[in-house]
Ligand binder design. Structure first.
Ligand SMILES: [Zn+2]
Length: 459
């Protein structure tokens, strides 16, 4: 919602309350009764800009009870459409303020229009909202008492419930709650009952939470899923529990003050979420295990890894289990890779190098060459200093043709290893070791021009 509505409260309070019809329908005819520009000033015409529109009637649900507002559009007589991007009714009670994008269009006071709610978004939000009620009820039924609620919120993608930590409500317990709902509630055709009772009756029956808001003199709207649970609510809901296929358990988060659960009824959202958390992770583990298998052919890969990808395993506990597998496999690979490095370092020191001497400017360089893609510059670096001691030349160099790695050790303070740094077109990687007057230079060359590089250091 764009800013700018804060000083308009007084003007709005003269208006008749907006007639909300959105519990029964997702579209309705309406008349424009007031227009405000993006700064909240009253205007007669909203043209080519974002602004705020108040209609006499609206099917749009405005933020409340933790549920996000609807979006949709205004359809004009000429069939042109203006997006309704946000909605508020908390500036003045009972007045619904629609944020409308009138780009390339215009709205005037008195215009007769048709309002259309984005039904996919509304349906998803209603499913999540109803599932949220049913989750609370099932949790309470399974615990045999009510948990102190900290808050809830939801939109079309997912819902979140928060309560004070309770040792019984473990990660596994939440899984049991979700399984119970999926088995006992969403497989059945339980018709939602919505009715009003007086505030007094709601109080007497202990239906109201501390933060339930009831307007003075208004009745309390009750939403009941017979046999499952009931609570006061002004949100939008499904008409039967069989509209929901299942609930997916996305996340469990616990700190000292609250437990926070993320869940969803939205298949597309769940699929996206678990594609990343499970399917991508399974691929990563397969890659790691492939590398392990190369180092240790008798390694036994994690059995039934592909089972994690099955939809029935799209849940928080599987994600946790898979992360554990990932950590274990990573550790195994790191240990094996370290052992392999040690073994290769030993092998490297016994190599039969191609040795040559380069002379230039009264200086000499020993150049040892080999070709082996297993020998990383890390291995060479760890041995280069020791190897250089056997040679009395000004520079000692080792070149690995397979990786284009050139390591140069200097025995001559007069030669400046840093001078290569400016020559950026000859290397892809440049690294100096040894502080103020560096002793060792590590290069990954862009071409096999190791001799030119060495000669340039001697000039
Ligand atoms: Zn509710």
């Amino acid at each position: 919602m764009i800013e700018g509505l804060n000083d308009t409260e007084l003007e709005l309070s003269d208006l008749e309350p907006t007639k909300f019809v959105g519990f029964d329908t997702l579209e309705s005819d309406a008349t424009v009764v007031m227009l405000l520009d993006r700064d909240g000033n009253k205007i007669d015409e909203l043209k080519d800009d974002l602004g705020f529109v108040i209609f006499d009637t609206t099917p749009f649900f405005a933020l409340g009870g933790g549920q996000e507002s609807d979006n949709g559009c205004v359809v004009k007589k000429d069939n042109s459409k203006l997006p309704i991007v946000d909605l508020r009714k908390d500036i003045v009670d009972g007045i619904y303020i629609h944020e409308v994008n009138a780009e390339n269009n215009v709205l005037n006071i008195g215009d007769k229009v048709h309002l259309l709610v984005n039904d996919t978004k509304r349906e998803q939000a209603s499913q999540n909202h109803s599932a949220l009620h049913i989750t609370w009820s099932t949790l309470h039924t399974m615990l045999n008492e009510d948990l102190p609620e900290v808050g809830s919120k939801l939109n079309d993608e997912k819902y979140q419930i928060q309560f004070e930590p309770d040792w019984r409500v473990t990660e596994q317990f939440v899984m049991d709650v979700v399984n119970k709902m999926n088995a006992d509630v969403f497989t059945k055709d339980i018709k939602t009952k919505i009715y009003e009772i007086s505030e007094q009756e709601a109080k007497d029956k202990n239906y109201l939470l501390d933060f339930t808001k009831v307007d003075k003199g208004e009745n309390v709207r009750m939403v009941e899923f017979p046999g499952v649970g009931l609570e006061p609510c002004s949100g939008t809901h499904i008409t039967s529990t069989n509209e929901i296929t299942k609930v997916y358990y996305l996340n469990y988060d616990r700190n000292k003050k609250r437990v926070s659960l993320d869940l969803t009824t939205n298949y597309a959202f769940a699929k996206n979420y678990f594609d990343e958390k499970i399917i991508a992770k399974v691929r990563e583990i397969e890659t790691l295990e492939g590398k392990i298998k190369n180092l240790k052919p008798d390694y036994i890969k994690t059995p039934n890894l592909a089972d994690f990808e099955k939809e029935e395993n799209w849940n928080y506990l599987s994600v946790q289990k898979l992360n554990q597998v990932f950590n274990d496999v990573t550790k195994t690979l790191n240990t094996l890779a370290k052992e392999e490095q040690k073994r290769l370092a030993k092998e490297f020191e016994a190599f039969d190098f191609n040795e040559e001497t380069i002379s230039n400017n009264n200086k000499t360089v020993t150049l040892m060459s080999f070709n082996d893609e297993r020998i990383t510059d890390k291995i060479v670096v760890s041995s280069a200093m020791k190897m250089s001691r056997d040679y009395q030349t000004n520079l000692f160099a080792i070149y690995n043709e397979a990786l284009k790695n050139l390591i140069i050790v200097s025995n001559d303070k007069a030669l400046d290893l840093k001078s290569i740094a400016d020559n950026e077109d000859i290397y892809n990687k440049f690294d100096l070791k040894g502080g103020g007057s560096p002793k060792m230079l590590t290069l990954t060359l862009s071409d096999d021009n190791q001799k030119e590089v060495i000669n340039s250091l001697l000039n």
